[in-house]
Design a protein around this ligand. Sequence first.
Ligand SMILES: C=Cc1c2[nH]c(c1C)Cc1[nH]c(c(CCC(=O)O)c1C)Cc1[nH]c(c(C)c1CCC(=O)O)Cc1[nH]c(c(C)c1C=C)C2
Length: 559
Amino acid sequence: MPPLLSPLPRVAPRALRLCLGRRYLSASAPGGDFAVIGGGITGLSTAWFLYQRSQTTDQKKHRTKITLFEAADRTGGWIQSKHVDVPGGRVLFETGARTLRPTPPGGRAVATLIEELGLKDDLIFGSKDSPAAIRRWLYNGKLVELPHPKLGLLDLGMKLFTQPALKGIISGVFSEPQVSPRPDNVTDESVGSFVTRRMNKAIANNLTSAVFHGIYAGDIWQLSARSLLPSLWHGEKEYGSLVLGSPAIRTLWEEKDEALQKRLFETDAPADLVLRHNMASSSVFTLRGGLEQLSRRLEEKLLQKGVTIRKGTPVTKLEPSEDKLRVKVFTKDSAEPQTFTNVIATCPAKTLSSMLTAPSGTPLVPLLSTIPAVTVNVINLWYPDPHLLPIRGFGSLIPQTTPLEDNPCWALGIVYDSEIVQGQDSVPGTKLTVMLGGHWWDGWSEIPGEEQSIRFAKETVARQLGITAEPAAVNFSSQKECIPQYTVGHTARMAQAHHGLKRTFGDGLSVAGSSYTGVGVNDCIKAAYNNVVWNMATGLEPFTVKAKYRSINMPNPWE
Ligand SMILES: C=Cc1c2[nH]c(c1C)Cc1[nH]c(c(CCC(=O)O)c1C)Cc1[nH]c(c(C)c1CCC(=O)O)Cc1[nH]c(c(C)c1C=C)C2
């Protein structure tokens, strides 16, 4: 197996420089003392990619030392897979992300990592043709199935004409090409405003808000269209219309992702052809032992390779050395700081901000501390009857406009886990996860606790699915501030934060993780990979250059 990372060019080839912009490549010396702050999936994969880089012929001549600091007593962050005993066997509950998508380039970076870690035989795939991939439901007082191309034109027509929850889609699609593109002075707007402007408010409030609940548990009237719908945001200007430009928009690749995908093809492609084939034909994938198997294995491998992992060690302060060539890391358990040539902070931006004091006139701390994040209460339920669900599919999502009398428990949606993934439990049954809260709880001083949340979850399942049976196993988890919210202006604020980091720490402190360039597991691993392979100075370089796109016909990016 070739090394994951090829030697990093000391002088980057011209093409790479042109493609990524000069500022992407910092002039850090080879080797060095690296500190990774945070032992979630971003921190663990950052440490892994740094270790891999240190093993290339170019870098082997130099000494590299990697220390990972994690405040908690375990690594893995939000990813947590719990094995629970039930009558007749064991089932697996995920309290955070449960599946990943093979979509490149992020999915491809993850596949390479999984292969590299020797986990490929534990992969489980969900087929693109399964009911979970095709059938999605929306709940606004009653369950409404969303249209899907594989369900045919007749089905599409019937749904669009008869379902009030899908109201506005036909008129929105037909009127959209006549809407003028936004004026040049509009630098960002909310997702709700963008969809309303291009189509109509009904589409924003129903379909769009439901989908955004399923990803960000967030409020479409706060979230940034520029950050979260980048190709549509770009497509509006480039093609004048999202509908007419849609064939091209669907094939748009941002240059930095294209460069990454190219690298993943040429240098770091997964070698196994069966794995590639499975990735190409699946809609989602996970691991037999749950996604936590990935973080467990990363930790194990890092320890074997001599990386120091300091669990239960919160970092309290980060300070540049006088010459800005090193960074001092202060921890709770030691009066004297340790110094490193490079620190990569993968903890939430708010946590990082509490470790910093920026020079006056550099608004770095407020820029980082004001990235909000929502809390989701996750309730996993397991029933021994495998045929309890009256409908099939991925699950249901609840739009923002669903009245409180139809959603009195502040639910965001229900995931039909036993429909999505098979092969993780030793007994058949029906497994559901109810997600509560997110932005519904913005501004609340106290949120529902365990007992109330479990009651709410059962009530939500009874209301939506008519399931009144008692679950044989229940797991409650409150995921505090687990999903960062990229609100309007995120791109501009992160560009400023880049300059603040540069000014304060030179090339010494970079960031990666869900607070910045994408909240998904794929995004986090991609950010870790990008940071290391492009040798970024702050990790926020993508925000400082104008995003450039190309339409690329890539029929099967896995071949
Ligand atoms: C704690 C709850 C979470 C909610 N969203 C996320 C988490 C961790 C993060 C997330 N969920 C999805 C994506 C898109 C990534 C992708 O698949 O490409 C992200 C970043 C999609 C998604 N949403 C749900 C599922 C089962 C999936 C597939 C990926 C995964 O397993 O996380 C269901 C779901 N998630 C949330 C809600 C409210 C919800 C409702 C049915 C919040």
